[in-house]
Design a protein around this ligand. Structure first.
Ligand SMILES: Cc1cc2nc3c(=O)[nH]c(=O)nc-3n(C[C@H](O)[C@H](O)[C@H](O)COP(=O)(O)OP(=O)(O)OC[C@H]3O[C@@H](n4cnc5c(N)ncnc54)[C@H](O)[C@@H]3O)c2cc1C
Length: 395
């Protein structure tokens, strides 16, 4: 595994659990920060639960069951998530979450090589040789490249798209002393000048929150203008009243791109499977990618296990991954087009907030409690397709 973020750690856990020999390599040592909103959707929670991650292992873990969405016209609507039968959303700092996932992989039997950058890779028809800092040359039958948005493995193998810089660009900062409703609830504000992007505030423990905003690359806001806009956003009355007037920002903001192009990204070569941000798996509407990273990492591992070393492993991964994610990606892409315009965003919030039923179901849909394109994919239809039980029912 190259990369020990959610995609790599999930893949390593899955393979180690099957008794495989697994080396989990990361240039960072853990715990390490990852620029992120720290929001865990129902998709991410389901993956984490299936992997066996215990929320108590993650210090900053905070359950949350309500999201407030503000339309560009200023209308604010509350979207509750169900509270009976388990949880549908949580927030956990990536510093804690990713370290806990790495611990889980190691406890399951994976070997960790932290602080070891992969500097080169060479692929033949039956193996891959990696040049790894501290370790030297490492030979592997299969490599899962879970090395993030910039995927050095793609570059080493000559399959990185020229000039690619992600579909979104997002700013993130932590706030402490949060006293407003944002201390407990999630906020998503569709600001007219950010569309189809948005501002978020996600609650962490002890009066802290993760605040930030994302914009579509090539949209109305140019990436270099984001810094000035961040200062301006934080002064807006509705944002101040959500986080409370005493809230203080910690450190400095940090920015990072978000890749959301799973429909046309090369998912695998002969011996290497790309997972998580390395395959552009983020949701193109919200920019969420932790759930997709966990899912694609696990699918790559399952392809190795189920194909038992056969040459079909990587093509099997490609078809499983595409079957899980591409229809949802297309649905999100259609919605992004509607959210680009003030009227579209306003209408979307109005329709979503029309009745208690639409509010409840919009909240579930936004937080990936069921797949984006569930209506367009009959194979996923079933009795509980709109009302799956929550996760972690015992805790
Ligand atoms: C500002 C922002 C906010 C976001 N908010 C959310 C959110 O609230 N919820 C959500 O679900 N998603 C969110 N996302 C997306 C989410 O952060 C990513 O989709 C997720 O981190 C992808 O996980 P990953 O395992 O694929 O990659 P990463 O988490 O990026 O991990 C990649 C790993 O590869 C390692 N690596 C890289 N190069 C090398 C090398 N040469 N050798 C060895 N190791 C290497 C890195 O050190 C890193 O640990 C956000 C993204 C951004 C930028």
């Amino acid at each position: 595994m190259v990369g020990a973020g959610p995609a790599g750690a999930a893949a390593a856990t899955e393979l180690a659990r099957d008794g495989r020999e697994v080396l989990l390599i990361d240039k960072a040592t853990f715990p390490r920060d990852k620029i992120c909103g720290d929001g865990l959707t129902a998709l991410a929670l389901r993956q984490l639960e299936e992997l066996g991650l215990v929320p108590d292992a993650v210090e900053s873990w905070q359950w949350t069951d309500k999201c407030w969405v503000r339309s560009p016209s200023g209308r604010i609507a509350e979207f509750p998530l169900p509270t009976e039968q388990g949880h549908h959303a949580a927030v956990a700092s990536r510093r804690d979450l990713d370290a806990a996932l790495v611990d889980l992989a190691v406890a399951t039997g994976a070997e960790l090589a932290a602080g070891c950058r992969v500097g080169a890779a060479d692929e033949s028809s039956d193996s891959v040789t990696l040049d790894v800092e501290e370790l030297g040359r490492v030979n592997a039958k299969w490599v899962i490249a879970a090395d993030g948005m910039w995927s050095p493995m793609r570059k080493h193998l000559g399959v990185a798209p020229e000039g690619y810089r992600g579909e979104w660009h997002a700013f993130r900062q932590y706030a402490s002393g949060v006293t407003g409703p944002a201390a407990e609830d999630m906020f998503v504000f569709f600001e007219a000048d950010l569309l189809p992007g948005y501002f978020w505030s996600f609650p962490l423990r002890n009066g802290r929150a993760n605040v930030g905003f994302g914009i579509a690359r090539g949209g109305k806001v140019a990436v270099p203008a984001m810094k000035a806009l961040w200062a301006d956003l934080l002064e807006r009355d509705h944002i101040r009243s959500a986080i409370g007037s005493d809230a203080e920002l910690e450190g400095t903001h940090r920015a990072w791109p978000i890749p959301a192009r799973v429909d046309d990204a090369l998912a695998a070569t002969d011996r290497v499977m790309f997972a998580g941000d390395a395959v552009g798996a983020c949701d193109v509407m919200t920019g969420e990618g932790i759930g997709q990273a966990l899912l694609t990492g696990r699918l790559a591992a399952q392809a190795i296990v189920d194909n038992n070393g056969s040459a079909d492993t990587t093509s099997d991964y490609t078809s499983r991954m595409r079957s899980e994610l591409v229809a949802d990606h297309k649905m999100s892409s259609i919605l992004v087009r509607a959210l680009k315009h003030r009227k579209g965003a306003r209408a979307a919030v109005r329709v979503a907030a029309a009745t208690p039923w639409t509010r409840r179901n919009f909240g579930r849909w936004l937080f990936e409690d069921y797949p984006r394109a569930v209506l367009a994919t009959p194979r996923r239809w079933g009795r509980e397709m709109f009302t799956p039980p929550g996760t972690y029912q015992d805790g």
